[in-house]
Design a protein around this ligand. Structure first.
Ligand SMILES: Cc1cc2nc3c(=O)[nH]c(=O)nc-3n(C[C@H](O)[C@H](O)[C@H](O)COP(=O)(O)OP(=O)(O)OC[C@H]3O[C@@H](n4cnc5c(N)ncnc54)[C@H](O)[C@@H]3O)c2cc1C
Length: 441
């Protein structure tokens, strides 16, 4: 095995994955005083949002009342930084989301990471965790049946010049897929009815003069007609974001498969691109406003709504969020509806936004995996049921759980406390100090 020139470094906190959760975790940990390393397999931050050219942050605003922010702290700094770069894309897009330009999103992340003093390694694919002895602890991973506590003390990553081991007392899994939890042998679930996968795409040279809701009407009509005529079996939405006159982003493709199965995901990538082509051909044939359009870009990778969900010290349920249950260790607030993209062959807009519910609380225990010490999980795979995940999976909530994980990890590293034993009162106070919202009003 070839060793990287960066092999064997030690930090206070290591964050794996630079999506919404990972970036929030890394910046918040560094701002709280931790020497922090962020490892990301792509060459930029932002995760799914930037990789798929998605323009919206769901769940920064309350769906029930768009004038109320339910996530602040790092999320607010990120949005302000994007706006300062000229990346506000809200204009005439849906009022319940914060809409930004993805390229400005990437640059804003670079700037915030640099300002916070985070060591960043892009093109760094984390492929294992280290145990106390400095060796890999993959023993339980395949069986997913860990019962004894493993303590992880570092990670191993494939870098551009070879393999490197990095050590820290607390590691944060921000991979969106609970990849570290997998390697560490923490228990997780994969729902049998896992949500549909999507290849987003952008169309250029669309007819000028339509706002986003008119584009949704136009594209929905065209695809429904094609579906009724038997030209297409399945599609979602479409949901449209309008970046400028002449350009729209389309969320409509739908493919199925378990994204943690390497062969199934590879097949799905090919099907996703084929579906994009099929939908574009239908749109330009059936919608006059799109007849001269062309595909500006498709997602650089298929987008995964759901994969592994960890089993943590608390499992948040749909009943908890609908009842707005209060928790003494609440560290973040969510409010997105239970938004589960169906796998049944249903086409069009699945019902989800009809009855927006009030903001709800997320306990710290959802970030603490069972059976493994030294690890916190933030973002999509936090400990919930499949139904509750339909609400917590979105980026506003991922930014909030990421910030909570970053601050929690810093307190644990500083005081030598295992994440499972952290005093939630201390954590909530430290989060309030970073302007985060920790309780539903
Ligand atoms: C198809 C689709 C459409 C969506 N549309 C919208 C939308 O319109 N609006 C909206 O608000 N939300 C949308 N979402 C939801 C949103 O994008 C995600 O839920 C949110 O970004 C989750 O953030 P995250 O940080 O947990 O994960 P991610 O954004 O997935 O970030 C994970 C990061 O970890 C990195 N990583 C993974 N494994 C490794 C590894 N081994 N080593 C190093 N790095 C690794 C990845 O490269 C990635 O950068 C959509 C999601 C999907 C799938």
């Amino acid at each position: 095995m070839i060793k990287s020139s960066l092999d064997n470094k030690t930090y206070d906190i290591i964050v794996c994955g630079a999506g919404s959760a990972g970036v929030a975790a890394a910046c918040s940990a560094a701002k709280a005083g931790a020497r922090t390393l962020l490892l990301e397999r792509h060459g930029y931050g932002g995760g799914i949002l930037t990789a798929a050219m998605i323009h919206t942050f769901d769940a920064i605003k309350s769906c029930a009342d768009n004038s109320v922010d339910i996530v602040a702290g790092f999320a607010r700094e990120l949005v302000a930084e994007i706006h300062a770069l000229g990346g506000d894309a809200t204009r005439d897009n849906p009022p319940e989301v914060v809409c930004v330009h993805p390229e400005m999103h990437k640059i804003a992340i670079d700037r915030l990471l640099a300002r916070a003093g985070v060591d960043v390694l892009y093109h760094a694919c984390v492929c294992d965790v280290l145990s106390d002895a400095g060796t890999a602890v993959t023993a339980n991973a395949a069986a997913n049946t860990a019962t004894a506590n493993n303590r992880i003390t570092g990670v191993e990553a494939a870098l551009r010049d070879g393999r490197a081991r990095f050590h820290a007392p607390v590691i944060i899994d921000g991979t969106g897929d609970a990849e570290l939890a997998l390697h560490a042998g923490a228990p997780f679930d994969i729902a049998p009815d896992i949500q549909a996968l999507t290849c987003h795409f952008r169309l250029g040279n669309v007819a000028p003069g339509h706002d986003w809701s008119e584009w949704e009407t136009i594209t929905r009509r065209a695809l429904k007609e094609a579906h009724d005529a038997g030209e297409i079996k399945v599609y979602g939405g479409p949901w449209i974001i309008r970046l400028a006159d002449g350009e729209i982003s389309v969320n409509a493709t739908r493919v199925f498969g378990n994204p943690t199965d390497p062969s199934a995901l590879s097949r799905a990538e090919q099907e996703g691109r084929a579906h994009m082509l099929q939908i574009w051909n239908i749109l330009r044939r059936r919608a006059p406003a799109l007849k001269d359009s062309y595909i500006l870009s498709g997602s650089s990778q298929l987008h995964i709504r759901e994969s592994r969900i960890i089993r943590g010290e608390y499992v948040l349920t749909e009943e908890d969020i609908r009842a707005c249950k209060r928790f003494d260790d609440s560290i973040a607030v969510g409010a997105w509806p239970v938004d589960i993209h169906p796998v049944t062959g249903f086409s069009g807009v699945h019902p989800h936004k009809e009855n927006p519910f009030a903001p709800y609380e997320i306990p710290y225990r959802c970030l603490v995996p069972l059976a493994v010490d030294g690890l916190l999980v933030a973002g999509k795979p936090i400990s919930t049921t499949h139904r509750a995940h339909g609400s917590t999976r979105v980026p506003g909530t991922s930014l909030a759980t990421g910030q909570a994980a970053g601050v929690a990890a810093t307190l644990c590293a500083r005081d030598g406390t295992p994440p499972r034993a952290l005093d939630a009162k201390k954590l909530r106070a430290a989060l309030l100090n970073q302007n985060a919202i920790v309780s539903a009003a």
